[in-house]
Ligand binder design. Structure first.
Ligand code: G6P
Ligand code: ZN
Length: 544
């Protein structure tokens, strides 16, 4: 089959961010834009001859068009085998599972996660390595370097693959295997959790639940696992059909964007358990009846109860959390006598620790939780973990969380996002904070004394790499913290994130409203960063 070599020239800004290259669909649709990035990725990887690749995405607009181009470029660049999800669908965790299971060289995941989809929405591409996890900085920076000097790309002239047809097809000399997107993942989940116990809990007690797939990729996974395998009533999964524009929604499972689910779970007739996942299926939000579980608490609670799950019954080796995630998990690690790591934001920083078996569980405040079963965070896995614990303990979500706080104390936690801030203003604000850092330690601010103030730098204990400037941390005596950083996943302007945390172990003070409990720190954060003065914003866009 003939292969064409097409002349091209570089596009600016093909720099993968926290989670791959994310841009507006209109940017990706520019002639040669996608091709340049794919070729730069292949060039950065070096020899692709006879290698196996996994390809799939969250089903958003442009997914299948991009996949057809990628398949032809993979064939032209020497790959011998590609595993692709039927109709181009693979959730991010399922892609990680498939890469590992079939020992692929790596995978290309097409997703902009929870960012809105459709012709005016976002698109994204991420390369994952053979361990199933996002490529480390050393590879992404090479991709960027290649993208800045690319002069040509290679593409096969073969016909499109029938992506709806399961089984083997050929594209030139490359074999394309169209696979069921759900089955490998569903099998993996059954090997981790006690499905019979969860099934009995769901079908024989009066337990009721709702899962909101938000018109994104997790619909087919949740219907198969929760309804077909675990016997939850039909209709337990809502918004279960993936749509190219995600039904015009914003599939980010948090209190603001998962409005339909939140309204139901806080209503008088609320079910006992509610959960949602994001566009590509790696995030999760856990709700009880009129009860919200923060992602930071969720990580701590999963860790504290891990031995109740078959796959973790022999205990966990350690826990890792991203720096802005609350320190609730640290207390559990301490009690269990296992290591606890603080990494920069971004799932890729957990990969080395998981590969070296230094940690079993990982989590981020940004609604991500996962374990060593794959190398991505995993939304449905977290839901099943909760169901497994509830089934064993026969408790409600609120009972379980309250019991955890009584044992470990509560890390009150909130994140305030200021979206769409002009980049210069956001950078000026961080610079203004940076300049204050040397003067802050030992200062009394309100009722607290600053114990440290820095711009977080992470030294990876496995490969000795160093990631600098990962966010401004202001830590107070007693453990309270204020953290500021700019999001690495937005596509328009900058998003300032302010993370606020305060520890409380007085049993009488464990059920206060979060914003009220943190009010003085919130005010202090605004003063320190001069948020209103420097950005003109008087309130955050999103509070989680
Ligand atoms: C993605 C990444 C996460 C990260 C999150 C927030 O979901 O996979 O690892 O925590 O984005 O990143 P941001 O830079 O927007 O705060
Ligand atoms: Zn996601």
């Amino acid at each position: 089959m003939p292969i064409s070599t097409i002349n091209t020239s570089p596009f600016e800004g093909q720099k993968p961010g926290t989670s791959g290259l994310r841009k507006k669909v209109s940017v990706f649709k520019q002639s040669h834009y996608l091709e340049n990035f794919i070729q730069s990725t292949f060039n950065a990887l070096g020899d692709c001859e006879d290698k196996t690749l996994v390809v799939g995405g969250d089903g958003r607009y442009y997914n299948q068009t991009a996949i057809q181009i990628i398949l032809k470029m993979a064939a032209a660049n020497g790959f011998s085998h590609v595993w692709v999800g039927q109709n181009g669908i693979l959730s991010t965790p399922a892609a990680s599972c498939v890469i590992r299971k079939y020992k692929a060289f790596g995978g290309l995941i097409l997703s902009a996660s929870h960012n809105p989809a459709g012709i005016d929405g976002d698109f994204g591409i991420k390369f994952n390595t053979s361990n199933g996890g996002p490529a480390p900085e050393s590879i992404t920076s090479k991709i960027y370097e290649h993208s800045a000097e690319i002069t040509e790309y290679k593409i096969s002239n073969a016909a499109d693959i029938a992506l709806h047809k399961l089984g083997q097809q050929t594209l030139g000399s490359m074999t394309v295997e169209v696979i069921d997107p759900v089955s490998d993942y569903a099998q993996l989940m059954q090997s981790i959790f006690d499905f019979p116990k969860i099934k009995t809990f769901i079908t024989t007690s009066d337990f009721s639940m709702r899962f909101d797939a938000m018109h994104a990729v997790t619909g087919p996974y949740a219907i198969e696992i929760l309804e077909n395998l675990l016997g939850a009533p039909k209709g337990t999964v809502i918004n279960g059909i993936p749509l190219p524009d995600f039904g015009n929604g914003h599939p980010d499972p948090n209190l603001t964007y998962a409005e339909e689910l939140v309204t139901e779970l806080f209503s008088d007739n609320a079910p006992d358990f509610g959960a949602a996942s994001d566009g590509d299926g790696d995030r999760n939000m856990i709700l009880g009846k009129q009860f919200f579980v923060t992602p930071s608490d969720s990580l701590a609670i999963l860790a504290a109860n891990a031995q109740l799950v078959p796959a973790y019954k022999n205990g966990i080796t350690g826990i890792a959390r991203s720096m802005p995630t609350s320190q609730a998990a640290d207390r559990v690690a301490e009690k269990l006598g296992v290591e606890c790591f603080e990494t920069p934001t971004g799932w890729k920083f957990f990969g080395n620790l998981l590969d070296a078996n230094r940690v079993t569980l990982c989590g981020e405040e940004s609604f991500g939780t996962g374990s060593n079963h794959i190398r991505e965070k995993d939304g449905l896995w977290a839901v099943l973990f909760w169901l497994n614990i509830l089934a064993v303990k026969q408790q409600s979500v609120a009972e379980l969380v309250n019991q955890h706080w009584l044992t470990f104390g509560r890390n009150y936690y909130t994140r305030h996002d200021y979206e769409g801030v002009p980049t210069e203003q956001a950078e000026a604000l961080i610079e203004h904070l940076q300049l204050q850092l040397p003067t802050l330690p030992q200062q009394q601010l309100g009722k607290r004394i600053v114990s440290y103030a820095d711009n977080f730098s992470y030294h990876d204990p496995i490969d000795d790499s160093i990631a600098e400037k990962q966010g401004i941390r202001i830590g107070f005596e007693g453990g309270d913290r204020i953290i500021f950083r700019l999001s690495g996943t937005g596509t328009e302007g900058a998003t300032l994130r302010v993370y606020i945390e305060s520890y409380q172990d007085d049993p009488e003070q464990l059920n206060t409203d979060t914003q009220f409990a943190l009010a003085d720190l919130i005010q202090l954060a605004d003063e320190l960063a001069k948020i209103t003065e420097l950005t003109g914003r008087t309130a955050p866009t999103v509070i989680t």
